[in-house]
Design a protein around this ligand. Structure first.
Ligand code: C2E
Ligand code: MG
Ligand code: MG
Length: 260
């Protein structure tokens, strides 16, 4: 019943444009410079206030509503990004259902054309769950997307089936280390080993690696020592409005100091 209610409300929310997109910055770990942002959807519910994606993305996926919602997020993110003074990249999350039910290459090409965003500034984040079935077809869809000039990012790496085979079969432009590994690496040697290994793997493959969920200076310092190129997390800022995220001045990150 709860799902049915959410589904009903999601349909209304799409009609009434109750969604918004917030942006979280991504930084070069060595210099501290901001290199891009990730677009994250929020639902401004008339009664419940701001609702996080964890509460509605799965229902949107099951009901197919993720197709119009995902396209709306993509259009909004690209439209916002063209107005920023800094030419930051903008990363948009895509759900497996969007690949199944829509022609993503056509959708993305249309949105780039409409908004005028240069394709090099758009990153599309997918998760391993996309690759567990019909892999050949999915890879050919990903190739078509990349031919547009956009970058393809493997999100939450290490939490799904993590087949190295995927990395061999498709040259992802970036791998994001899931935040659960980053969170636990300071106290769990196994997590630490996994983080180091993904960074090394990225280097060997010539792929950028972004550590997610970086919350402390201690974590940032460790990642920097391991040679991790980029980081994202509350240490650098909460997801926020485009005017405070996309165009604000970059605050340099103190290097090699412990958390104050
Ligand atoms: P994600 O793509 O891995 O996004 C990163 C999530 O980590 C965001 O949660 C962000 O707020 C959170 N985060 C960032 N830094 C930190 C940190 O330092 N510590 C902790 N604990 N968390 C941090 P959010 O916005 O709630 O999104 C959750 C997930 O929902 C996303 O995970 C993504 O899978 C999905 N999602 C969000 N927006 C969209 C969308 O437009 N389309 C689709 N298909 N999925 C989306
Ligand atoms: Mg993501
Ligand atoms: Mg992630």
């Amino acid at each position: 019943q709860r799902r049915r209610m959410i589904e009903h409300e999601l349909r209304q929310a799409l009609d009434r444009e109750e969604f918004e997109v917030v942006y979280q910055s991504q930084h070069n770990l060595a210099s501290g410079a901001r290199v891009g942002v990730e677009a994250l959807v929020r639902w401004q519910h008339p009664v419940h206030g701001k609702v996080a994606p964890a509460h509605f993305i799965s229902v949107a996926e099951e009901t197919g509503l993720i197709v119009p919602l995902g396209e709306w997020v993509l259009r909004r993110a690209c439209g916002d990004a063209v107005s920023w003074t800094e030419p930051l990249t903008v990363a948009v999350n895509l759900s497996p259902a969007q690949f199944r039910d829509a022609d993503m290459a056509e959708t993305v090409a249309g949105v780039l054309r409409e908004t005028g965003l240069p394709p090099q500034r758009l990153e599309l984040e997918i998760t391993e769950s996309l690759l567990i079935s019909d892999t050949d077809e999915v890879f050919s869809k990903l190739r078509r997307l990349r031919e547009l000039g956009v970058r393809i990012v493997m999100d939450d790496f290490g939490t799904g089936y993590s087949s190295f085979n995927y990395l061999a079969r498709f040259a992802f432009d970036k791998i994001k280390i899931d935040r659960q590994f980053v969170r636990n690496m300071t106290r769990d040697p196994a997590m630490l080993a996994i983080v180091k290994t993904i960074i090394t793997l990225g280097k060997s493959l010539g792929v950028t690696v972004t550590a997610e969920g970086v919350e402390s200076e201690e974590q940032a310092t460790m990642l920097r020592e391991f040679g991790c190129p980029e980081a994202q997390g509350f240490l650098y800022g909460q997801p926020g409005a485009p005017e405070t995220t996309g165009t604000a001045k970059v605050t340099p990150i103190k290097r090699g100091t412990s958390a104050a």
